[in-house]
Design a protein around this ligand. Structure first.
Ligand SMILES: Nc1ncnc2c1ncn2[C@@H]1O[C@H](COP(=O)(O)OP(=O)(O)OP(=O)(O)O)[C@@H](O)[C@H]1O
Ligand SMILES: [Mg+2]
Length: 386
């Protein structure tokens, strides 16, 4: 297994023999290794040395593993550092609670643990996209389908492009297996799409990569990387290269709007942990609200700070449903904007592949989206400066 040799791995393990066994294996794979025999010692080493990855045996003498990972997640220096738990004889429920507590991965202790760990580390490292470099990333997601995530992502991108004419903007459709933003923008995803882009990444210079792999959506004023048009194409996607692709896009654009849809996966986590702003789109029903809370709580444990969340309540299906404050209570966080129900006009604009701001410039939904776009961009810029 090859690696860069410059990453530091911290091992927190109370057992001297397994600690030194792991340390020897990682050192001979050219990692710099730090070891700690207790949670407290581990925290001090983590905060002083900022390791790339922390490997933990969750049975510690001085604190529970949930307490340890919560402390790591609540400190700015280590909030996004991947933590791998390695333990033996642990049942699925306990594995789930380790992952819920904030661990990134779990490995069962066995004769293959070291091999698995050495395979896992480069994969995790390649998924780490640096925050605070290049364009501002705004990620849209939902906990349930049909809340208007793709329509809002595309329309907020269109409005942002109009409000910031000197900035370049790309929309990336990461919804698998069939993206929908190309259809909204009246483009074809057949030739140019996410899967094709990942296979063509190589060492192509950025400028020609953009020309060859992205579409310009004329009426929408943004560049577009369409999602895959069908499951067959989705199967050709080189998932491991998505972080690299995102890095190229951030180098080339001032804003990168990403539609993640409703599925959380390894690659969507790579986007969410580097996004300046995460925009959950909710509809006004109890199930969506409760699922959204589950997703946001999970992201918080994974190191995405609450200040990055900018939830939008979209009344996509009519006036009925929960009130804004009922939704806020259910998700345990404030809703930043409510987009009113637009009746059939929204679907008319979508069917005609027109941005709302062009077709219905004075509609209350358009005005609410314009305000939301301003606030999202302000938040992204503000968090970038930190
Ligand atoms: N505020 C609104 N008023 C009226 N109709 C809306 C509103 N928001 C969205 N819609 C309609 O809701 C439908 C679903 O929108 P969209 O495809 O963007 O949802 P989605 O969350 O991306 O769905 P999926 O989970 O399938 O990806 C569209 O037909 C759109 O026109
Ligand atoms: Mg969608």
């Amino acid at each position: 297994m090859t690696n860069t040799g410059t990453h530091t791995i911290l091992i927190i393990d109370a057992d001297p023999s397994s600690r030194s066994y792991l340390a020897t294996a990682l050192t001979s794979s050219q990692y710099d290794v730090l070891v700690a025999a207790s949670g407290r010692e581990g925290l001090v080493l983590a905060w002083q040395n900022l390791p790339a990855i922390i490997v933990v045996d969750p049975i510690l003498p001085d604190m529970g593993s949930s307490e340890l990972v919560a402390k790591l997640r609540h400190d700015r220096r280590t909030q996004a550092v991947p933590c791998i738990a390695i333990a033996s004889g642990i049942h699925q429920e306990a594995v789930n609670s380790l992952l819920e507590a904030g661990f990134t991965e779990f490995l069962d202790k066995s004769s293959q643990t070291v091999d698995r760990l050495l395979a896992l580390i480069p994969r995790i490292l390649s998924n780490q996209v640096q925050r605070n470099a290049g364009g501002i990333v705004i990620a849209f997601l939902s906990a349930k389908g049909g809340t208007g995530t793709s329509s809002l992502c595309a329309n907020l991108a269109n409005i942002t492009a109009a409000q910031s004419p000197n900035n370049s903007l790309v929309v990336v459709d990461l919804v698998l297996p069939i993206g929908s933003i190309a259809d909204l923008a009246g483009q074809s995803a057949r030739e140019t799409n996410l899967a094709a882009a990942t296979t063509r990444l190589s060492n192509t210079p950025n400028a020609s990569f953009i020309q060859d792999n992205l579409l310009k959506a004329p009426r929408w004023n943004f560049w577009l990387l369409p999602g895959t048009p069908d499951p067959q194409t989705a199967n050709t996607l080189e998932v491991a290269r998505i972080p690299e692709l995102l890095a190229v896009l951030r180098d080339s654009f001032d804003f990168v709007f990403v539609d993640l849809g409703r599925s959380l996966s390894h690659f969507s986590m790579a986007v969410l942990t580097c996004a300046e702003v995460v925009v959950p789109i909710l509809s006004a029903d109890a199930i969506t609200a409760s699922h959204t809370r589950t997703v946001l709580d999970f992201l918080t444990k994974q190191g995405v700070e609450g200040q990055r969340f900018h939830p939008i309540l979209n009344r996509a299906v009519g006036l009925e449903g929960l009130t804004r404050s009922q939704v806020e209570e259910k998700i345990g966080r404030p809703i930043q904007h409510t987009i009113p129900y637009m009746g059939g006009n929204f679907t008319v604009a979508n069917n005609q592949c027109e941005p709302l701001a062009g077709k219905f410039p004075t509609d209350a939904a358009t005005l609410a989206l314009q305000q939301a776009a301003r606030n999202i961009v302000d938040l992204g810029r503000q968090l970038r400066e930190k």
